[in-house]
Design a protein around this ligand. Structure first.
Ligand SMILES: *[C@@H]1O[C@H](CO)[C@@H](O)[C@H](O)[C@H]1NC(C)=O
Ligand SMILES: *[C@@H]1O[C@H](CO)[C@@H](O)[C@H](O)[C@H]1NC(C)=O
Ligand SMILES: *[C@@H]1O[C@H](CO)[C@@H](O)[C@H](O)[C@H]1NC(C)=O
Ligand SMILES: *[C@@H]1O[C@H](CO)[C@@H](O)[C@H](O)[C@H]1NC(C)=O
Length: 375
């Protein structure tokens, strides 16, 4: 009797102890994480989430500050911290005379095979956006947060979307000039220097509404479809409301060709579409590599991230749902072949942060290292 009650007390003390230890561990992890240049200092709680707004809801001043952030990163020098890990043979080698923004683009080039069509796709791109925002805040005095582009509002007529503004300070730029390899020669980033796949001034954007003519075989019924058929309001509705607890189904619907993620990339053509310019080195291979050259990338991925966050919020079975492989195998596995990833798997960063964040660190946009919401 006595023994059993003291055992109970001991067990109670241990339990109490255990919870103290885990609180300590949490704050230790938090304070160590505060040293990572790639991360904001995590607060104890996310009390004041930054509000990520739709591009059109930004004031001209806010648009300008965000675009200035990219211009600023593109004027900072390359860092030797960049350490390619995958080194696919078909991308350009690291250019040591390039810019810090080129390094950011290079991460996406180098890691292509790890972060697309694998379980990393959604968490990694969520992390990448936060990483870029943090760099803009730390190195360029940016005070805002990432906006997003609700392309369902423009899906009926992407070419004439009001987001393509030519304004030299707050404009995203219009469409590229066909006589200048589709370089965008207006907007705030018209003079942005880029180095990949080859040096160029100004990113490229080329309206391509039937992108599958050269991508899907003629026997595929989707060979001739218009890209905008898959990023309509109905598609977002299906994504957010469907796939309860089914992370794989959700990701597959999003990422498969011609699903909405790639369809939007390809509609914008040029850099977003992953097409090599005719001025690139011989043998340049396109694909989802240098697409962040056009910063619309972050507006698009803001929307992708918002849809994931909305899905996570929709049902408690979705909140922490995660499953995926680490190896791209598009013929057999919808989101990657084994070895499988888990919530404790790190997200590769090509040397750009001293310690890699884990997938679980970005599962909650208002917890862990993240503190924002979509409004
Ligand atoms: C897709 O875009 C084309 C060209 O902008 C337009 O004519 C068509 O109506 C759009 N389709 C849908 C379903 O919105
Ligand atoms: C490296 O980048 C710089 C800046 O964009 C450019 O001037 C130079 O030509 C590039 N070198 C190579 C080998 O592409
Ligand atoms: C531009 O887009 C058109 C389709 O709208 C395509 O035929 C052409 O090859 C593209 N050009 C470049 C240089 O990407
Ligand atoms: C064609 O695209 C639709 C989505 O628009 C998809 O449901 C269907 O599976 C695709 N067909 C093939 C053969 O890929």
């Amino acid at each position: 009797m006595l023994l059993s009650s003291s055992l109970k007390a001991l067990a109670g003390a241990l339990l109490l102890g255990a919870s103290v230890v885990s609180a300590q561990e949490t704050s230790e992890k938090a304070s160590v994480a505060g040293l990572f240049p790639g991360w904001p200092k995590p607060g104890k709680k996310c009390l004041f989430p930054r509000k990520r707004k739709e591009w059109r809801k930004l004031s001209n001043r806010e648009k300008e500050e965000w675009l200035d952030g990219f211009m600023c990163l593109s004027k900072l020098p390359h860092t030797d911290a960049l350490t390619p890990v995958v080194r696919p043979p078909d991308i350009a080698p690291v250019n040591a005379s390039s810019s810090f923004y080129d390094d950011i683009v290079y991460m996406h080039m180098d890691l292509n095979l790890k972060i697309h069509f694998t379980g990393q796709f959604l968490p990694w791109h969520r992390w990448y956006q936060q990483f870029v925002e943090d760099q803009m805040r730390k190195k360029c005095g940016f005070k805002g947060t990432m906006p997003y582009w609700d392309w369902t509002k423009d899906a009926h007529d992407i070419y004439n979307s009001p987001i393509w503004e030519s304004h030299p300070r707050h404009g995203l730029g219009t469409w590229g000039d066909p006589n200048k390899v589709f370089r965008v020669t207006d907007g705030a980033l018209r003079n942005m220097k880029l180095s990949y796949p080859s040096p160029i001034v100004g990113f490229r954007r080329n309206f391509t509404i039937q992108p599958y003519l050269n991508v899907l075989p003629a026997t595929n019924p989707n060979h001739t479809i218009f890209a905008n058929e898959t990023y309509q309001a109905k598609d977002v509705h299906r994504l957010v409301n469907g796939y309860v607890g089914d992370f794989v189904g959700f990701q597959y619907d999003f990422e498969f060709v011609p699903g909405s993620h790639s369809a939007l990339h390809r509609t914008l053509g040029g850099d977003m579409g992953g097409y090599c310019p005719s001025t690139a080195y011989p043998g340049c291979v396109g694909g989802p590599t240098f697409s962040p050259n056009d910063v619309t990338f972050f507006l698009h991925h803001g929307m992708v991230d918002k849809i994931w966050a909305d899905w996570q919020k929709k049902n408690k079975k979705n909140k922490n749902a995660f499953f995926g492989g680490s190896v791209q195998d598009r013929a057999k596995f919808p989101n990657g072949a084994p070895p499988n990833l888990g919530l404790r798997s790190p997200m590769p960063a090509a040397g750009m942060v001293p310690e890699e964040a884990l997938i679980e660190d970005v599962m909650d946009i208002k917890g862990g290292y993240l503190c924002y919401e979509y409004v």
